[in-house]
Design a binder for this molecule. Structure first.
Ligand code: G3P
Ligand code: MG
Length: 248
């Protein structure tokens, strides 16, 4: 199946409008007409794949502690909504399964970023792929599986070679091309806020779609596209959609 990556991907759902990485955030993105969302996948202490960004629970739940020390039952008791706004009180940290179901129900595509707690790079990728391959229909464009963690990408290649992989790069790595070849990267995903034009050219020359995170300013999005960037992750995807034409 050919890989079609939209110009704009909703970051953690639509992070500017609803608590990030929750079902409300997925629905907010769908309501804005976003084609794809990106979410972060990690594991609870007892190995359930959930959607959450930080290693610490505090910022998005108000509870102190680390995700890796909480089992799924305790994770579900936390409120992941009211930190963002009172109207989101009672929002739960969703499972990967719940998010995939919501994305399918709303007719969107998804980028699953494997964001393991330290030491769980392989296991997080394994559970993520187990759950996603069980749920995702064969006749839908497959999820893009991305990670900053090389072991997670290697595991994704081993388990599901036919699903595309996005190689997330924060700071430029000397051997990025060798690793991109090794994991058969389908996209190169870079920090668009620190990217220099000559780096954009170098990555674009690799010949795979170049995606940039996290771009909330429409002028910056336009500049990046001029530099060769194919798509951006945005907390306010509607604002960026207004200035970037779809590529199809
Ligand atoms: O996948 C793009 C972007 O989400 C990577 O950074 O920290 O927001 O997960 P982060
Ligand atoms: Mg992410």
């Amino acid at each position: 199946m050919t890989l079609h990556i939209p110009r704009v991907i909703g970051h953690r759902g639509a992070k500017a409008y609803a608590p990030e990485n929750t079902l409300s955030s997925i629905h907010a993105a769908a309501d804005l007409g976003v084609e794809w969302v990106e979410v972060d996948v990690k594991l609870t202490k007892d190995g359930t794949a959930i959607i959450f960004h930080d290693e610490e629970l505090e910022r998005c739940t108000g509870t102190q502690g680390l995700v890796k020390d909480f089992d799924f039952k305790s994770i579900r008791e936390l409120d992941a909504g009211s930190w963002f706004g009172e109207s989101f009180l009672g929002e739960k940290i969703p499972t990967l399964e719940e998010v995939l179901d919501a994305v399918l129900e709303r007719g969107m595509g998804i980028n699953l970023e494997i964001k393991p707690c330290p030491g769980r790079e392989k296991e997080t990728a394994e559970v993520c792929l187990d759950v996603a391959t069980r749920i995702w229909p064969d006749d839908h464009p497959p999820p893009l599986i991305s990670s900053f963690q090389h072991v997670s990408l290697e595991t994704a290649l081993d388990m599901m070679p036919e699903w595309p992989r996005g190689f997330l790069i924060d700071e430029q790595l000397e051997n990025w091309k060798e690793f991109a070849d090794y994991i058969e990267a389908s996209t190169i995903n870079v920090n668009g806020n620190t990217l220099k034009p000559e780096e954009a050219e170098m990555y674009a020359d690799y010949g795979k779609p170049l995606l940039a995170y996290t771009i909330n300013n429409p002028d910056k999005a336009r500049e990046l596209v001029r530099w060769g960037v194919d798509g951006v992750f945005s907390d306010n995807p509607d604002v960026i959609l207004e200035v970037l034409r779809p590529r199809h």
